[in-house]
Design a binder for this molecule. Structure first.
Ligand SMILES: *Cc1c(COP(=O)(O)O)cnc(C)c1O
Length: 387
């Protein structure tokens, strides 16, 4: 039998949840309580999320994917409607637009921040346009002033996909505290987790009530105590066990964010001179940004290896990486709407060269040094000019 030498460090995942024993014990208490699906802990989690989001109402769901679907339904988006979104984002944005029967209209991203290029949005607005979905990127939020000025001018709803940025601030206020509909994710790869889970920040009690209906079968109560459905709602209610974990994680969010910021500072310091990767924006207001991912662009035109080979070389050194994200308009589903290579050059450039390096709250600066040393070594070994 082969044994692993004692000094071989454990593989580094590119994302990982951080669950402490107190949180695990709290979840076990809920399991023992006899009430495990949606109940008082969901209400407490929603109240805490609302406090985090400047007092705006928040409703929890089973994922950000469910949250985007329900937000589209809440905004009245359906067959015949168009939704403008950025092609440098996660599949779920495309999927949910198509799932509610609407047509995705893609624009390109900004070259460094990867946020939606608002300058391209106006030209795409037509009589069928109902909503805009921007995805916020770690390190830099979309320009909310410009976004909402545009949305107001054209009477459009906005669904901010904030899955990656809970804890980020815009002009001093947390994501979700201003704006229209804002969706959050508590998947284990995000800044905080409820195992699976998500939420919508909305505008007032009427919308919150509507979300409660849409997330639970579309059921409404009649005065005689019986139930009715008028719209085919989904089954997206978050269980109490998940809400208990989410609540404990939310309390730790500032600490998690501080650790992530420290790790990212190390990435910036180590990558400042070497090894020639394109880095995310280094925000002036460092404390105002959350860092859920650290994505770099490989200098592929100067290398003799492909991205796949680079990632395999890192994996062989115990360093796992991701690809965030593929170009949505060039997916098989995206192409069904007529998109082709060359339509959105910035998105395509990023999609072809991006690598997500390990970043999570259980890492140390020594882990970052290990990642950076491995990147530098692999790149140096495979430079075209050999230098
Ligand atoms: C993770 C993610 C989602 C989906 O979150 P789930 O809770 O897993 O559904 C949506 N958008 C972006 C940008 C994401 O990174």
């Amino acid at each position: 039998m082969e044994t692993t030498p004692l000094d071989t460090p454990a593989p580094l995942k590119f994302a990982s949840p951080f669950l402490d024993e107190t949180t695990i014990a709290a979840a076990a208490d809920v399991l023992r309580s006899g009430h495990i699906t949606s109940g008082p802990w969901v209400e407490r989690f929603e109240a805490a999320l609302s406090a985090h989001c400047g007092g705006r109402p928040v409703r929890a769901l089973t994922s950000a994917t469910a949250a985007i679907e329900v937000a589209l339904q809440l905004a009245g988006v359906g067959p015949g409607d168009e939704v403008i979104t950025c092609a440098q984002s996660f599949f779920t944005v495309l999927n949910m637009i198509v799932k509610v029967g609407a047509t995705p209209v893609f624009v390109d991203c900004e070259p460094v921040t990867r946020n939606i290029d608002l300058g391209q949005v106006e030209a795409k607005i037509g009589p069928r346009t109902r909503a805009i979905i921007p995805t916020h990127w770690p390190g830099s939020l979309a320009d909310l002033d410009a976004l909402y000025a545009l949305a107001r001018r054209h009477n459009l709803r906005v669904i901010e996909d904030a899955a990656l940025v809970i804890g980020s601030r815009y002009r001093g206020r947390p994501v979700g505290a201003i704006g229209d509909l804002v969706t959050l994710s508590f998947h284990p790869n995000k800044n905080i987790t409820s195992i699976e889970g998500g939420a919508i920040v909305c505008n007032g009690d009427a919308e919150a009530k509507r979300i409660e209906t849409l997330r639970f079968h579309g059921i409404e109560r009649r005065p005689d105590g019986t139930r009715d459905v008028a719209f085919p709602g989904g089954k997206f209610n978050l269980p109490d066990v998940n809400a208990r974990i989410g609540l404990a994680q939310l309390e730790r969010l500032p600490g998690f964010l501080a650790v992530r910021r420290g790790l990212v500072e190390r990435y910036f310091a180590r990558f400042a001179t070497d090894p020639g990767c394109e880095l995310p924006p280094r925000p002036a207001d460092g404390d105002g940004q959350s860092w859920n991912m650290f994505c770099v662009l490989l200098p592929l035109d100067r290398l003799t290896i492909t991205r796949k080979e680079f990632r395999d070389a890192l994996a062989a050194r115990g360093i796992m990486t991701g690809v965030s994200y593929e170009a949505l308009h060039l997916s098989t589903l995206g192409r069904r709407f007529g998109y082709r290579e060359g339509d959105l050059p910035e998105t395509e450039r990023i999609a072809s060269a991006t690598v997500t390096l390990p970043l999570h709250a259980a890492m140390t600066t020594a882990d970052i040094d290990r990642v950076c040393a491995a990147c530098a070594e692999v790149i140096a070994r495979h430079r075209k000019d050999g230098r």
